[in-house]
Ligand binder design. Structure first.
Ligand SMILES: Nc1nc2c(ncn2[C@@H]2O[C@H](COP(=O)(O)OP(=O)(O)OP(=O)(O)O)[C@@H](O)[C@H]2O)c(=O)[nH]1
Ligand SMILES: [K+]
Ligand SMILES: [Mg+2]
Length: 419
């Protein structure tokens, strides 16, 4: 196993830069630079020397194998935060046979050494990518290993059921076949219910992890782009009094009181003989359909598209005159805060529907488990046992206890170097 190193802090100037070493040569490399290290996990101030050259004075930490982030021998060097010092230290480490870490390699080693399961690693990647409070909370929960605990609990139920089935096979008399005990089906029913419940919360959880999309749709010149600019408090979209100004979909990422919400400005909806405008309209309809909710905006307050459950219908340009229903003026800002309140309220309830399963990979494993558990009392016990075995396997795969190889590159390449 190589010994790897990387700057754990972002490159550039700062108070400190932390360089982390992990692998079997970590201690030797550290001691050759900093002198003998007596105790693990205790920060000591040391001169780092490469031969005669004093590289820096650093705060040095040492972690023993089995008691570190990666599970390997790990050293942390807190040096002064300057790229030139990091470069000098890098030369010294390369000369001692260490190599630069690849993206996510520390976390990958942590997974391979059993320091975290795959769902925790995914949670860690999500935590680093989180942009809002709600995403941070969701990811933090994932890094705590709840999904792995749940998977283990369900697996132990299935393993117990499997053992009962095997026993009925082994002891079955040639002439008098032993019945599979009722307890087996009670255990299976409980696991199935739990899996179904987890799958029910999956779509809401995935949406929260990725962020919500709110499409602003309506006829041309309704003021959709003006509204987008008002929400973003900057000129994101072109505005003009020419109907059909917006063609492409414009995205505005926001943090709506802790919720990740991307507002979409779309082409005004109308029949058009202009092929480019028609393409814009087709895109608008497709994205609006896929969005979590739609704001139907029009001057007369009448929606021009089908209004789905949870959608908001609103009249624009309230500064121009009175009318029916709720109204806003994107130009003056009147009513826009209330509109955002409504969006927030509608999305907030979806956060409450979220659970533990936030990645498609995890949901697919649960679906495989559920499929394998399509068993019944009239089945041959051998088939029943096989179904239980497959379901337990799928649950183990969900958190990477087995069969993780196919996913490792994808998951760990999403990390940065040094993590
Ligand atoms: N008085 C008034 N005018 C507005 C308001 N909002 C937008 N407008 C004007 O209405 C015209 C159209 O605004 P846009 O924001 O481009 O409308 P749009 O819905 O994006 O139009 P398309 O992209 O062509 O579909 C512009 O001249 C805006 O200045 C408003 O609240 N009050
Ligand atoms: K316009
Ligand atoms: Mg527009």
């Amino acid at each position: 196993m190589d010994t790897i190193f990387a700057e754990a802090t972002p490159p550039g100037r700062g108070g400190v830069s932390v360089v982390r070493l992990s692998g079997p040569k970590a201690r030797a490399a550290l001691e050759s630079l900093a002198g003998p290290i007596a105790a693990p996990r205790i920060a000591v101030l040391r001169a780092l020397r490469d031969g005669e050259d004093l590289i820096d004075r650093a705060l040095v930490l040492w972690f023993e194998e089995g008691h570190s982030f990666t599970g390997e021998e790990v050293a942390e060097l807190h040096i002064h935060g300057a790229p030139i010092i990091v470069n000098r230290l890098t030369q010294a480490l390369l000369a001692r046979g260490l190599r630069r870490a690849e993206a996510g390699e520390f976390t990958r080693r942590a997974f391979l050494n059993g320091r975290m399961d795959l769902a925790e690693a995914e949670g860690l990647a999500d935590l680093l990518a989180a942009e809002t409070e709600a995403q941070r909370k969701l990811a933090m929960r994932a890094t705590e290993g709840e999904l792995g605990q749940k998977a283990d609990e369900l697996r132990s139920g299935l393993i117990r059921a499997g053992a009962l089935v095997e026993a009925s096979i082994d002891f079955a008399d040639e002439d008098v076949p032993e019945d599979v005990p009722e307890e087996v089906f009670d255990l299976i029913d409980k696991v199935r219910l739990d899996i179904q419940q987890m799958l029910t919360t999956y779509p809401a959880t995935e949406r929260l992890r990725q962020g919500y999309e709110v499409a602003i749709i309506g006829p041309p010149n309704a003021g959709k782009s003006t509204l987008l600019n008002r929400i973003g408090q900057r000129e994101v979209a072109l505005v003009s009094d020419i109907a059909g100004t917006t063609r492409d979909i414009l995205e505005l990422r926001t943090d709506l009181r802790g919720l990740p919400v991307t507002f979409l400005d779309t082409a005004g909806l109308r029949e058009s003989s202009d092929p480019v405008e028609a393409m814009g309209v087709a895109r608008a309809l497709k994205r609006a359909e896929e969005a979590d909710l739609r704001i139907h905006l029009s001057v007369d307050g009448m929606p021009v598209e089908e209004v789905k459950d949870g959608d908001i219908v609103i009249r624009s340009k309230s500064d121009l005159g009175q009318g029916e229903g709720m109204a806003i003026s994107a130009m003056t800002g009147e009513g826009v805060a209330e509109l955002l309140d409504m969006v927030y309220d509608r999305l907030r309830v979806r956060v409450a529907d979220s659970g533990l399963v936030s990645h498609r990979r995890q949901a697919e494993a649960l679906q495989r488990a559920l499929l394998a558990l399509e068993v019944n009392k009239h089945m041959a016990p051998e088939l029943l046992a096989e179904g239980l075995r497959q379901a337990a396997q799928a649950l183990a795969m969900m958190v990477g206890r087995v069969g993780a190889e196919d996913y490792l590159d994808e998951i760990f390449s999403s990390f940065c170097i040094g993590k």
